[in-house]
Design a protein around this ligand. Structure first.
Ligand SMILES: Cc1cc2nc3c(=O)[nH]c(=O)nc-3n(C[C@H](O)[C@H](O)[C@H](O)COP(=O)(O)OP(=O)(O)OC[C@H]3O[C@@H](n4cnc5c(N)ncnc54)[C@H](O)[C@@H]3O)c2cc1C
Ligand code: FES
Ligand code: FES
Length: 495
């Protein structure tokens, strides 16, 4: 069938007369004339363009998710349901609680950021999993406001979060998801496909070996909005059964490639705190609601934040093509700058993480200029196993930001194996790490800075894990600490 079909503010829409790489934001403002949704940056950083998507496959059941409309390409909407700020209340209706609370708390001045903030509060209103204080900071981490100051906005979030009024938006969460028809859409010489099964996917990839795969588009979207990319053929993976997290019988994990980063963040909170820490300081809520595990690995960015932790955890990547599945260790996945072991016509289907051994000490670090919403200068995942005799038997040190690809620090690992688990051993590893990498200087940090940070992280790792195998994650970065406020009812309920 031709044309993208989706639901917008409760009404069915079919779009045929736009190029497939049109962003939802451009379409809303220019074609649907819904100008409440604002453009600030067109690159996922400001949140002015935030709308809500009905996520019918969320792990805890259907839920509303705040997303950046500037990074959604029209084919990705096929079969989806979207609400914009205009859809929250009609002219003669009372404001939605997410709007009213912004009025009550004086959360708006010039108002440019306000529709986006309201849509982030809208997600929070229906969230059932907002039980920890840091989650409120995280909920707002993708919305910039130049004039109001964040305290009233955060107070608004705290008041409305989890209140879930029994309204039409709550009822939409109960509705049965209708089966999605596959899409083949051709407009102006460009093709877009939304396959719903693997036979269809591999057929398209056989015909269009250079088709651009799109998962969350938090990277691909930037190619469109910032580099003016035009794809002759685009394939959205959103309707394929590639999402979900399963615990294996051995105690490991299998994570589908299109699993959203926010799903993973919640799933690993208690059992894999090192990965949870990395995800806590990854982009923003909106980015994590769209960005996927597969997209973060397949973009092969040297500063992608999952790879260092997955290197430490010795993950295996499951690749799938028309010929079937094959498994590649993460050590062998990144071949060169932005180049992976994926062959033509092959996709990443899942990531498998083996169980973390009981004698493992594991942590992860991200060093960036800001804690929230920033790209790493250096990131690492560090794991050692310590035998009963106090000697280190095994080490995996994964680093990002130090080379053309995410990579292990072989010399630093060799420096600790067979050595006592002590500060002296990690000081030696810190020295050895300087042989491992020859980092670049760029606007995020000089080569000297990166090498120094990497070696200091190795020393700091010992101090963090020497008494606790899995150190607790601080609730909030110190820079955003607020005066403690009484626990909200929803927070109490979730405990
Ligand atoms: C504002 C902002 C902040 C960000 N912050 C961070 C951050 O803190 N840390 C970080 O690491 N990254 C960050 N990113 C980058 C990005 O969000 C992540 O890399 C994200 O995980 C990408 O996932 P995606 O599904 O959106 O990828 P997409 O953009 O859909 O795809 C990325 C690439 O992977 C390919 N691809 C996707 N899925 C598959 C698959 N299953 N098989 C084969 N190929 C596939 C696509 O063809 C494309 O080349 C940020 C981006 C933005 C815009
Ligand atoms: S316009 Fe800034 S995040 Fe989309
Ligand atoms: S109220 Fe002006 S930018 Fe937030």
């Amino acid at each position: 069938m031709d044309g993208v079909r989706f639901t917008l503010n409760g009404a069915a829409v079919t779009v045929t007369d736009a190029t497939p790489q049109t962003t939802l934001l451009d379409w809303l403002r220019q074609s649907a004339h819904l100008t409440g949704t604002k453009e600030g940056c067109a690159e996922g950083d400001c949140g002015a363009c935030t709308v809500a998507l009905l996520d019918t496959e969320a792990p805890g059941g259907p839920t509303w998710r705040a997303i950046n409309s500037c990074l959604v390409l029209l084919p990705q909407l096929h079969g989806q349901s979207i609400v914009t700020v205009e859809g929250l209340s009609g002219r003669r209706e009372p404001l939605h609680p997410a709007q009213q609370i912004m009025v009550d708390k004086l959360g708006s001045q010039c108002g440019y950021c306000t529709p986006g903030v309201v849509m982030s509060l809208f997600e929070a209103t229906y969230r059932k999993d907002l039980g920890r204080p840091w989650q409120l900071d995280d909920q707002l981490s993708g919305n910039l406001c130049r004039c109001t100051g964040y305290r009233p906005i955060r107070e608004a979030a705290e008041a409305v979060a989890g209140t879930a009024p029994a309204d039409g938006f709550a009822r939409a969460l109960q509705a049965d998801a209708s089966a999605l028809p596959a899409l083949r859409w051709v407009h102006d010489g460009a093709e877009a496909h939304v396959p719903t099964d693997f036979d269809h996917l591999f057929e398209v990839l056989a015909k269009h070996p250079d088709a651009r795969l799109v998962a969350g588009a938090t990277d691909v979207g930037l190619d469109v909005t910032k580099k003016g990319a035009r794809f002759a053929c685009m394939v959205s993976l959103h309707a394929l059964p590639l999402r979900g997290i399963v615990r294996t019988a051995e105690g490991g994990w299998r994570i589908g490639a299109t699993t959203r980063l926010s799903d993973l963040e919640l799933a690993v909170q208690d059992d894999l705190p090192a990965l949870a820490r990395m995800l806590r300081f990854f982009g923003s809520r909106q980015i994590k609601n769209r960005g996927t595990v597969g997209g973060n690995l397949c973009n092969a960015s040297p500063i992608g934040d999952l790879a260092p932790v997955l290197l430490a955890l010795d993950a295996t990547l499951v690749l799938r093509s028309a010929a079937g599945e094959r498994r590649v260790g993460i050590d062998d996945f990144f071949l060169a700058y932005r180049k992976t072991a994926l062959g033509v016509g092959e996709i990443l289907a899942a990531v498998e993480i083996p169980p973390v051994p009981a004698d493992a000490r594991l942590s992860a670090y991200k060093v960036s200029k800001r804690r929230e919403m920033d790209i790493s200068a250096v990131a690492c995942g560090l794991l050692v196993r310590v035998g009963a005799d106090g000697l280190i038997t095994h080490a995996r040190f994964g680093f990002g930001g130090m080379a053309a690809t995410p990579a292990r620090a072989a010399a630093a690992e060799a420096a600790v194996i067979g050595q006592p688990f002590s500060a002296g051993t990690f000081a030696a590893a810190a020295d050895a790490s300087r042989q491992d990498f020859n980092p670049l200087s760029d606007h995020r940090g000089s080569a000297w800075y990166r090498a120094t940070v990497a070696s200091n992280l190795l020393k700091g790792f010992f101090h963090e894990v020497h008494s606790e195998a899995a150190p607790a994650l601080a609730d909030r970065p110190s820079g955003t600490l607020l005066t403690p406020s009484p626990a909200t009812p929803h927070a109490e309920a979730a405990r």
